[in-house]
Design a protein around this ligand. Structure first.
Ligand code: SAJ
Length: 459
């Protein structure tokens, strides 16, 4: 059945529902991606239903409370009060929905292979209640081909045909938690549909809540865009980490080199050395791409090499700690070592894939007595690090620093008193250039050999 413009009836009806905001939108997965998106659709005027297996999230929304720092509780309360935002654990609600955006995790297995279990279980649950006229959009970061090779067959097992009775697209999430400038509504949204009508429907839906839509020709292109964005970061971080290793060997300050290179107004983008790659995106996404590339008989050397270099940084940091202790004729075994910062990057509380956990484990394995300070991370559970016992954060305050044989700056939170560190700590290994000046007791990753403070020569 087609309308006067020759458009399939289900499509034209859905366009009309989106235009008039009468479409009932749904978001599966109410994490740092899904909740802001659900709130965005509700703010755009849609009756929006979040679906999540975590009852605490559902309960929080039912009580009008946000659990995601980037989403204001006032917004959740107001939208829930108005009846335009609700949440449930029950997938049967799909029967009443017109559109669904899937925002579930895509981690790696221990073997560094993609773990598609979250996508598969979400899509299977949706398929049970799929009905004609629905638009399904996958947002989870995944390898090119997932939408057509995994999602489409699961949905078409219902005998409904993608592109005809229901519509299917991919749109990568670009949420940067805690970013004060770029949030869901003002980050350009790439959209790739199974068919042109699928693309247009997804673009129409997102266009109600997001300022700029970037249509691309297929789901595969859209899937690949996201992997390029994050592989670009992983490879460039790997490059600058390797440069840091070179600079240590050549006694050049890599931090000074990067700062000077940054003055080039075109053709350069600064990345900084660090203790390794943390987070649930950058260390993981490139391996979705390399896994798929290998399936296509291609050897993704850049990704693998960057992964090797970035993955080796925790070991390099521990070697630096060994060298620093050596200057005091001390062994790591039995040394009291304090890590300043364990979150995977500054000013956040997330320790997923944090290199600090690897560094703690390596030091523990060498017999060091480890402790950590992090204002954002009150404790580390036994299951979260190789030492396999619970760790509680300690303070990093004046007066208690001299008891440590070495303090290792792993995450350069603003709250740390770096002057106190320099004044009181016997040895410091700085992996983030947090202590901007050279000191004989400060060993900086990529900083070359520790030197005395440079006394400015007054002209
Ligand atoms: N890192 C370095 N050197 C750098 C930059 C980062 O060692 O120059 C390390 C960080 O310490 C961290 C890891 O890499 O351990 C990842 O840091 P990130 O700045 O890439 O932050 P993420 O993991 O929060 O990445 C997210 C990504 N956003 C999405 O996937 C939607 C990424 O695409 C963003 O570019 C990034 O945020 C951002 O710019 O903040």
């Amino acid at each position: 059945m087609r309308d006067q413009q020759g458009l399939l009836m289900p499509a034209s009806q859905l366009f009309e529902k989106i235009r008039t905001r009468t479409a009932r939108t749904g978001v599966v997965g109410l994490g740092y991606v899904g909740l802001p998106l659900a709130v965005g659709f509700a703010k755009a005027g849609f009756h929006t239903t979040g679906i999540d297996l975590d009852r605490r999230k559902v309960q929080s929304i039912a009580e009008g409370r946000s659990y995601i720092p980037d989403v204001a509780t006032a917004d959740v309360a107001k939208l829930h009060q108005a009846g335009t935002l609700r949440a449930t654990t029950d997938f049967s609600v799909v029967r009443e929905l017109d559109t669904i955006n899937i925002c579930v995790p895509t981690p790696l297995r221990k073997t560094k292979d993609p773990d598609m279990s979250y996508i598969v279980s979400a899509v299977e649950a949706i398929a049970e209640h799929l009905h004609p006229g629905m638009l399904i959009v996958l947002e989870s970061t995944t390898y090119p081909g997932t939408t057509e090779e995994v999602v489409q067959p699961l949905l078409e097992a219902t005998q409904l045909k993608a592109g005809r009775e229901f519509f299917l697209a991919f749109s990568p999430e670009r949420v940067d938690p805690g970013n004060p400038t770029f949030q869901t509504h003002n980050v350009p949204k790439v959209v790739g549909g199974l068919t042109p009508v699928c693309s247009q429907l997804a673009a129409a839906l997102y266009g109600t809540a997001i300022q700029t839509i970037v249509p691309v020709s297929s789901t595969r292109v859209a899937e690949m865009v996201k992997l390029l964005e994050n592989t670009f970061r992983a490879v460039n971080i790997g490059l600058v980490n390797e440069l840091a290793l070179m600079c240590d060997r050549m006694n050049i300050d890599v931090w000074e080199v990067v700062e000077a290179a940054r003055t080039k107004p075109f053709g350069f983008m600064a990345f900084y050395p660090g203790p390794g790659l943390g987070g649930h995106c950058i260390p993981i996404d490139p391996f979705y791409l390399s896994w798929k590339a290998k399936q296509s008989g291609f050897d993704p050397r850049f990704i693998e090499l960057a992964g090797h270099i970035n993955g080796g940084m925790p070991h390099y940091v521990v070697d630096k700690i060994v060298d620093a202790l050596n200057t005091r004729r001390k062994a790591v075994n039995g040394a009291k070592i304090l890590l300043a910062g364990v979150a995977y990057k500054r000013e956040i509380d997330d320790i997923r894939e944090s290199p600090a956990l690897d560094i703690l484990g390596l030091l523990h394995a060498k017999g060091a007595r480890v402790a950590y300070a992090d204002p954002f991370v009150p404790s580390i559970a036994a299951r979260e690090w190789p030492g396999a016992y619970d760790l509680q954060a300690v303070g990093l305050d004046r007066g208690n620093l001299a008891e440590y044989d070495c303090v290792v700056i792993v995450t350069e939170h603003k709250a740390f008193d770096y002057d106190a560190l320099v004044a009181e700590a016997d040895l410091i290994v700085d992996t983030r250039n947090a202590i901007k000046k050279p000191y004989p007791h400060v060993f900086r990753l990529g900083g070359g050999k520790p030197t005395d403070p440079v006394i400015a020569v007054v002209p």
